[in-house]
Design a protein around this ligand. Sequence first.
Ligand SMILES: [Zn+2]
Length: 348
Amino acid sequence: MNTFFLEFYDPLFGIIIFFALIFVITFFSYWFAKFKKKEDYKHLDKFLKQFASLPSQNELKVLITKGELSEKSWLLLANAYTKSGNYEKSIEIYSELLKVGDKANYRDTMFLLGKTYFRAGFLERAKRIFLEILKNNPRTPQALNYLLLVYEQMKNYNMALEVLEPLSELDKDIDLESAYLNSLLILNSVGSSSDEKVYKLLEIYKRTNQLTYLIFEYIFRVNPKVAWENLDTSKAELLVDILWNSNKKDLNFDIIMQNGYLRELYSAKKYINESYKSSIFEFNILINLDSKVNATLGFEYICGDCKTVYPFAFSRCSSCHAIDTSRVELSIVKDYHKDFSEENNSFQ
Ligand SMILES: [Zn+2]
Protein backbone atom coordinates (compact mmCIF):
# COMPACT_ATOMS: atom_id res chain seq x y z
CA MET A 1 0.00 0.00 0.00
CA ASN A 2 2.81 2.40 1.02
CA THR A 3 4.67 1.58 -2.22
CA PHE A 4 1.57 2.60 -4.18
CA PHE A 5 1.43 6.08 -2.60
CA LEU A 6 5.18 6.57 -2.74
CA GLU A 7 4.99 6.39 -6.52
CA PHE A 8 2.89 9.55 -6.51
CA TYR A 9 5.42 11.67 -4.72
CA ASP A 10 6.60 12.76 -8.13
CA PRO A 11 6.17 16.66 -8.17
CA LEU A 12 4.91 16.60 -11.76
CA PHE A 13 2.08 14.33 -10.72
CA GLY A 14 1.16 16.79 -7.94
CA ILE A 15 0.92 19.63 -10.46
CA ILE A 16 -1.33 17.50 -12.73
CA ILE A 17 -3.62 16.68 -9.81
CA PHE A 18 -3.69 20.36 -8.85
CA PHE A 19 -4.79 21.48 -12.32
CA ALA A 20 -7.24 18.60 -12.59
CA LEU A 21 -8.85 19.76 -9.32
CA ILE A 22 -9.05 23.34 -10.59
CA PHE A 23 -10.70 22.08 -13.79
CA VAL A 24 -13.23 19.96 -11.88
CA ILE A 25 -14.09 22.83 -9.50
CA THR A 26 -14.43 25.34 -12.38
CA PHE A 27 -16.57 22.89 -14.38
CA PHE A 28 -18.93 22.25 -11.48
CA SER A 29 -19.19 25.88 -10.45
CA TYR A 30 -19.96 26.78 -14.12
CA TRP A 31 -22.77 24.22 -14.36
CA PHE A 32 -24.05 25.10 -10.92
CA ALA A 33 -24.21 28.82 -11.87
CA LYS A 34 -26.00 27.95 -15.12
CA PHE A 35 -28.49 25.71 -13.30
CA LYS A 36 -29.09 28.41 -10.67
CA LYS A 37 -29.68 31.04 -13.35
CA LYS A 38 -32.24 28.78 -15.02
CA GLU A 39 -33.97 28.22 -11.68
CA ASP A 40 -33.98 31.98 -11.05
CA TYR A 41 -35.64 32.61 -14.43
CA LYS A 42 -38.21 29.90 -13.69
CA HIS A 43 -38.97 31.52 -10.38
CA LEU A 44 -39.23 34.97 -11.98
CA ASP A 45 -41.49 33.62 -14.74
CA LYS A 46 -43.70 32.02 -12.13
CA PHE A 47 -43.78 35.26 -10.16
CA LEU A 48 -44.64 37.38 -13.21
CA LYS A 49 -47.30 34.91 -14.36
CA GLN A 50 -49.33 35.84 -11.29
CA PHE A 51 -49.77 39.32 -12.72
CA ALA A 52 -50.34 38.29 -16.33
CA SER A 53 -53.65 36.67 -15.44
CA LEU A 54 -56.22 38.35 -13.24
CA PRO A 55 -57.27 36.63 -10.01
CA SER A 56 -60.43 34.56 -10.33
CA GLN A 57 -63.55 35.43 -8.37
CA ASN A 58 -62.79 32.74 -5.78
CA GLU A 59 -59.17 33.88 -5.42
CA LEU A 60 -60.38 37.45 -4.86
CA LYS A 61 -62.85 36.20 -2.23
CA VAL A 62 -60.06 34.44 -0.33
CA LEU A 63 -57.67 37.40 -0.66
CA ILE A 64 -60.22 39.95 0.57
CA THR A 65 -61.44 37.73 3.43
CA LYS A 66 -57.87 37.13 4.62
CA GLY A 67 -57.60 40.87 5.26
CA GLU A 68 -53.90 41.10 4.33
CA LEU A 69 -54.60 44.26 2.33
CA SER A 70 -56.42 47.26 3.79
CA GLU A 71 -59.89 48.15 2.49
CA LYS A 72 -58.47 51.36 1.04
CA SER A 73 -55.97 49.34 -1.03
CA TRP A 74 -58.80 47.20 -2.39
CA LEU A 75 -60.80 50.31 -3.27
CA LEU A 76 -57.78 51.77 -5.09
CA LEU A 77 -57.31 48.52 -6.97
CA ALA A 78 -60.99 48.41 -7.94
CA ASN A 79 -60.76 52.01 -9.13
CA ALA A 80 -57.71 51.11 -11.26
CA TYR A 81 -59.67 48.20 -12.79
CA THR A 82 -62.58 50.55 -13.57
CA LYS A 83 -60.24 53.08 -15.20
CA SER A 84 -58.71 50.39 -17.42
CA GLY A 85 -62.20 49.27 -18.45
CA ASN A 86 -62.14 46.00 -16.54
CA TYR A 87 -65.52 46.56 -14.89
CA GLU A 88 -66.06 42.87 -14.12
CA LYS A 89 -63.10 42.73 -11.71
CA SER A 90 -63.93 46.00 -9.98
CA ILE A 91 -67.56 44.86 -9.55
CA GLU A 92 -66.29 41.61 -7.96
CA ILE A 93 -64.07 43.56 -5.55
CA TYR A 94 -66.83 45.98 -4.53
CA SER A 95 -69.32 43.13 -4.08
CA GLU A 96 -66.91 41.21 -1.80
CA LEU A 97 -66.04 44.36 0.17
CA LEU A 98 -69.75 44.91 0.80
CA LYS A 99 -69.89 41.44 2.39
CA VAL A 100 -66.77 41.60 4.57
CA GLY A 101 -65.69 45.25 4.62
CA ASP A 102 -66.00 47.93 7.26
CA LYS A 103 -69.67 48.90 7.77
CA ALA A 104 -68.61 52.57 8.07
CA ASN A 105 -67.69 52.55 4.36
CA TYR A 106 -70.75 50.55 3.28
CA ARG A 107 -72.60 53.46 1.62
CA ASP A 108 -69.47 54.70 -0.23
CA THR A 109 -68.70 51.22 -1.53
CA MET A 110 -72.34 50.82 -2.62
CA PHE A 111 -72.09 54.12 -4.51
CA LEU A 112 -68.86 53.06 -6.24
CA LEU A 113 -70.46 49.74 -7.19
CA GLY A 114 -73.48 51.59 -8.62
CA LYS A 115 -71.20 53.92 -10.61
CA THR A 116 -69.30 50.95 -12.04
CA TYR A 117 -72.57 49.20 -12.99
CA PHE A 118 -73.61 52.42 -14.75
CA ARG A 119 -70.33 52.74 -16.65
CA ALA A 120 -70.47 49.06 -17.61
CA GLY A 121 -74.02 49.56 -18.95
CA PHE A 122 -75.80 47.42 -16.33
CA LEU A 123 -78.50 50.07 -15.90
CA GLU A 124 -81.08 47.99 -14.02
CA ARG A 125 -78.50 46.90 -11.43
CA ALA A 126 -77.17 50.47 -11.12
CA LYS A 127 -80.73 51.72 -10.56
CA ARG A 128 -81.30 49.15 -7.78
CA ILE A 129 -78.06 50.18 -6.03
CA PHE A 130 -78.81 53.93 -6.13
CA LEU A 131 -82.40 53.35 -4.97
CA GLU A 132 -81.08 51.23 -2.10
CA ILE A 133 -78.69 54.04 -1.05
CA LEU A 134 -81.50 56.61 -1.26
CA LYS A 135 -83.87 54.39 0.76
CA ASN A 136 -81.62 54.78 3.81
CA ASN A 137 -80.07 58.18 2.93
CA PRO A 138 -82.50 60.18 0.78
CA ARG A 139 -80.34 63.30 0.93
CA THR A 140 -77.40 61.92 -1.06
CA PRO A 141 -77.02 64.25 -4.09
CA GLN A 142 -74.38 62.05 -5.76
CA ALA A 143 -76.76 59.06 -5.76
CA LEU A 144 -79.62 61.25 -7.00
CA ASN A 145 -77.43 62.58 -9.85
CA TYR A 146 -76.52 59.06 -10.93
CA LEU A 147 -80.11 57.82 -10.60
CA LEU A 148 -81.12 60.64 -12.94
CA LEU A 149 -78.43 59.58 -15.44
CA VAL A 150 -79.59 55.95 -15.21
CA TYR A 151 -83.22 56.92 -15.97
CA GLU A 152 -82.03 59.15 -18.83
CA GLN A 153 -80.04 56.28 -20.36
CA MET A 154 -83.08 54.05 -19.96
CA LYS A 155 -85.08 56.74 -21.83
CA ASN A 156 -87.38 56.95 -18.83
CA TYR A 157 -87.46 60.75 -18.88
CA ASN A 158 -90.51 61.12 -16.62
CA MET A 159 -88.75 59.26 -13.81
CA ALA A 160 -85.60 61.33 -14.43
CA LEU A 161 -87.68 64.51 -14.05
CA GLU A 162 -89.05 63.17 -10.76
CA VAL A 163 -85.47 62.87 -9.46
CA LEU A 164 -85.02 66.62 -10.05
CA GLU A 165 -87.47 67.39 -7.25
CA PRO A 166 -85.32 66.11 -4.35
CA LEU A 167 -82.26 67.63 -6.07
CA SER A 168 -83.88 71.09 -6.07
CA GLU A 169 -84.69 70.63 -2.37
CA LEU A 170 -80.94 70.19 -1.86
CA ASP A 171 -80.43 73.65 -3.44
CA LYS A 172 -79.14 72.29 -6.74
CA ASP A 173 -79.78 74.42 -9.83
CA ILE A 174 -82.02 72.19 -11.92
CA ASP A 175 -83.19 74.62 -14.65
CA LEU A 176 -80.89 73.36 -17.40
CA GLU A 177 -81.38 69.69 -16.40
CA SER A 178 -85.13 70.21 -16.45
CA ALA A 179 -85.10 71.92 -19.88
CA TYR A 180 -82.83 69.19 -21.25
CA LEU A 181 -84.96 66.30 -19.95
CA ASN A 182 -88.17 67.98 -21.11
CA SER A 183 -86.63 68.44 -24.59
CA LEU A 184 -85.68 64.75 -24.68
CA LEU A 185 -89.21 63.85 -23.55
CA ILE A 186 -90.66 65.89 -26.44
CA LEU A 187 -88.18 64.55 -29.01
CA ASN A 188 -88.95 60.95 -28.03
CA SER A 189 -92.73 61.26 -27.63
CA VAL A 190 -94.41 58.84 -30.02
CA GLY A 191 -97.87 60.45 -30.14
CA SER A 192 -96.86 63.99 -31.16
CA SER A 193 -96.49 65.27 -34.73
CA SER A 194 -93.25 66.93 -35.81
CA ASP A 195 -95.01 70.35 -35.87
CA GLU A 196 -96.14 69.90 -32.27
CA LYS A 197 -92.62 68.91 -31.28
CA VAL A 198 -91.11 71.93 -33.06
CA TYR A 199 -93.58 74.27 -31.32
CA LYS A 200 -92.85 72.82 -27.85
CA LEU A 201 -89.08 72.79 -28.41
CA LEU A 202 -89.11 76.43 -29.54
CA GLU A 203 -91.02 77.30 -26.37
CA ILE A 204 -88.24 75.75 -24.29
CA TYR A 205 -85.58 77.48 -26.39
CA LYS A 206 -87.18 80.92 -26.05
CA ARG A 207 -87.53 80.44 -22.30
CA THR A 208 -84.00 79.20 -21.60
CA ASN A 209 -81.90 80.44 -24.55
CA GLN A 210 -79.92 77.20 -24.15
CA LEU A 211 -79.78 73.72 -25.78
CA THR A 212 -79.31 75.37 -29.20
CA TYR A 213 -77.78 72.30 -30.82
CA LEU A 214 -80.24 69.73 -29.42
CA ILE A 215 -83.29 71.78 -30.41
CA PHE A 216 -82.14 73.21 -33.78
CA GLU A 217 -80.64 69.95 -35.01
CA TYR A 218 -84.19 68.54 -34.92
CA ILE A 219 -85.93 71.63 -36.33
CA PHE A 220 -83.43 71.97 -39.23
CA ARG A 221 -84.08 68.30 -39.98
CA VAL A 222 -87.90 68.43 -40.03
CA ASN A 223 -88.68 72.06 -40.90
CA PRO A 224 -85.71 74.15 -42.16
CA LYS A 225 -87.98 77.13 -42.93
CA VAL A 226 -89.09 77.46 -39.29
CA ALA A 227 -85.51 76.81 -38.14
CA TRP A 228 -84.19 79.76 -40.16
CA GLU A 229 -87.01 82.01 -38.96
CA ASN A 230 -86.24 81.29 -35.31
CA LEU A 231 -82.46 81.01 -35.50
CA ASP A 232 -80.47 83.42 -33.36
CA THR A 233 -77.69 84.09 -35.89
CA SER A 234 -75.26 85.04 -33.12
CA LYS A 235 -75.33 81.34 -32.22
CA ALA A 236 -74.68 80.12 -35.78
CA GLU A 237 -71.19 79.05 -34.76
CA LEU A 238 -72.67 76.34 -32.48
CA LEU A 239 -74.57 74.88 -35.44
CA VAL A 240 -71.80 75.17 -38.06
CA ASP A 241 -71.90 71.45 -39.00
CA ILE A 242 -75.70 71.49 -39.43
CA LEU A 243 -75.59 74.70 -41.48
CA TRP A 244 -72.69 73.41 -43.59
CA ASN A 245 -74.53 70.20 -44.43
CA SER A 246 -77.93 71.83 -45.12
CA ASN A 247 -79.37 71.49 -48.62
CA LYS A 248 -78.95 74.60 -50.75
CA LYS A 249 -82.70 74.66 -51.45
CA ASP A 250 -83.44 74.88 -47.69
CA LEU A 251 -81.26 77.93 -47.07
CA ASN A 252 -82.66 81.38 -46.31
CA PHE A 253 -80.33 83.68 -48.23
CA ASP A 254 -82.04 86.85 -46.90
CA ILE A 255 -80.88 85.92 -43.40
CA ILE A 256 -77.49 84.65 -44.61
CA MET A 257 -76.70 87.93 -46.38
CA GLN A 258 -77.31 89.90 -43.19
CA ASN A 259 -74.78 87.97 -41.10
CA GLY A 260 -70.98 88.09 -41.63
CA TYR A 261 -70.32 84.61 -40.23
CA LEU A 262 -73.00 83.01 -42.43
CA ARG A 263 -71.78 84.91 -45.52
CA GLU A 264 -68.26 83.59 -44.95
CA LEU A 265 -69.53 80.05 -44.25
CA TYR A 266 -71.57 79.81 -47.46
CA SER A 267 -68.84 81.54 -49.48
CA ALA A 268 -66.47 78.81 -48.25
CA LYS A 269 -69.14 76.27 -49.27
CA LYS A 270 -69.22 78.04 -52.70
CA TYR A 271 -73.00 78.54 -52.53
CA ILE A 272 -72.47 82.33 -52.71
CA ASN A 273 -69.61 84.57 -53.67
CA GLU A 274 -69.92 87.36 -51.12
CA SER A 275 -66.78 87.05 -48.95
CA TYR A 276 -63.20 87.12 -50.20
CA LYS A 277 -61.53 86.34 -46.89
CA SER A 278 -62.38 85.20 -43.39
CA SER A 279 -60.79 85.50 -39.94
CA ILE A 280 -61.63 81.80 -39.49
CA PHE A 281 -58.65 79.91 -40.89
CA GLU A 282 -60.63 76.99 -42.39
CA PHE A 283 -63.19 79.28 -44.06
CA ASN A 284 -60.40 81.48 -45.43
CA ILE A 285 -58.62 78.49 -47.03
CA LEU A 286 -61.83 77.15 -48.59
CA ILE A 287 -62.90 80.60 -49.87
CA ASN A 288 -59.55 80.92 -51.64
CA LEU A 289 -59.43 77.35 -52.92
CA ASP A 290 -60.58 76.44 -56.41
CA SER A 291 -64.06 74.86 -56.26
CA LYS A 292 -62.72 71.82 -58.17
CA VAL A 293 -60.40 70.89 -55.27
CA ASN A 294 -61.73 67.97 -53.25
CA ALA A 295 -61.69 69.66 -49.87
CA THR A 296 -64.42 70.25 -47.32
CA LEU A 297 -64.90 70.97 -43.65
CA GLY A 298 -64.40 68.24 -41.03
CA PHE A 299 -65.96 68.46 -37.58
CA GLU A 300 -64.99 67.32 -34.11
CA TYR A 301 -66.86 68.07 -30.92
CA ILE A 302 -65.09 69.10 -27.74
CA CYS A 303 -66.61 69.37 -24.27
CA GLY A 304 -66.01 72.91 -22.98
CA ASP A 305 -65.84 71.62 -19.39
CA CYS A 306 -63.63 68.53 -19.43
CA LYS A 307 -62.08 68.99 -22.92
CA THR A 308 -62.93 65.44 -24.04
CA VAL A 309 -63.07 65.26 -27.84
CA TYR A 310 -65.78 63.26 -29.62
CA PRO A 311 -66.21 62.45 -33.31
CA PHE A 312 -69.98 63.03 -32.99
CA ALA A 313 -72.19 65.79 -31.61
CA PHE A 314 -73.51 65.38 -28.08
CA SER A 315 -75.81 67.23 -25.73
CA ARG A 316 -74.61 65.60 -22.51
CA CYS A 317 -70.89 64.86 -22.22
CA SER A 318 -70.54 61.16 -21.43
CA SER A 319 -67.30 61.86 -19.56
CA CYS A 320 -68.23 64.69 -17.15
CA HIS A 321 -72.04 64.54 -17.69
CA ALA A 322 -72.26 68.31 -18.28
CA ILE A 323 -75.11 69.50 -20.53
CA ASP A 324 -74.81 71.81 -23.54
CA THR A 325 -71.02 72.14 -23.33
CA SER A 326 -70.25 70.84 -26.85
CA ARG A 327 -68.21 73.14 -29.09
CA VAL A 328 -67.44 72.37 -32.73
CA GLU A 329 -63.79 72.24 -33.86
CA LEU A 330 -63.20 72.71 -37.59
CA SER A 331 -60.64 71.11 -39.86
CA ILE A 332 -60.11 70.77 -43.60
CA VAL A 333 -60.52 67.24 -44.90
CA LYS A 334 -60.78 65.42 -48.21
CA ASP A 335 -64.28 65.51 -49.68
CA TYR A 336 -65.07 61.82 -50.13
CA HIS A 337 -68.65 62.61 -51.10
CA LYS A 338 -67.40 64.65 -54.08
CA ASP A 339 -65.04 61.79 -55.02
CA PHE A 340 -67.91 59.33 -54.87
CA SER A 341 -70.33 61.45 -56.94
CA GLU A 342 -67.63 62.11 -59.57
CA GLU A 343 -66.88 58.36 -59.80
CA ASN A 344 -70.60 57.65 -60.24
CA ASN A 345 -70.92 60.32 -62.91
CA SER A 346 -68.02 58.84 -64.87
CA PHE A 347 -70.05 55.63 -65.38
CA GLN A 348 -72.97 57.48 -66.91
ZN1 LIG B 1 -67.19 66.90 -20.42
